[in-house]
Design a protein around this ligand. Sequence first.
Ligand code: 5GP
Ligand code: ZN
Length: 114
Amino acid sequence: MSNCLFCRIIKRDIPASVVYEDDEVLAFNDINPQAPTHVLVVPKRHISTLNELDGGDDHLVGGLVRRAAAIAAERGIAAGGFRTVFNTNRDAGQTVFHIHLHLLGGRGMAWPPG
Ligand code: 5GP
Ligand code: ZN
């Protein structure tokens, strides 16, 4: 997906502040952070939205969630708490159509979200 922003970050065509990488996952700091910790955890394989997932992706998605929790632990925000969000399509405000798990933390957060 040469026109996908996150695929281009994964290929290192576009720079990002990478915080974790393995064969399946890249995590990097959000360019417009909404909290002291705001990391995007993305699969290296292009998947546009959660609506495109199937059962074969369960391991991959579980890996994103576990990686977000591990990064939260590294940053010392796991016990205090953090928020993880997948935005899907227009009503949720998705702007980049390559799935990404937002990890937000380091401050108190309101519920319900806006
Ligand atoms: P969405 O609204 O799709 O759930 O989240 C997309 C996120 O990607 C936003 O929080 C936005 O700040 C972030 N973002 C957009 N462009 C870039 C970029 O070029 N680099 C990085 N690191 N983050 C980006
Ligand atoms: Zn992509």
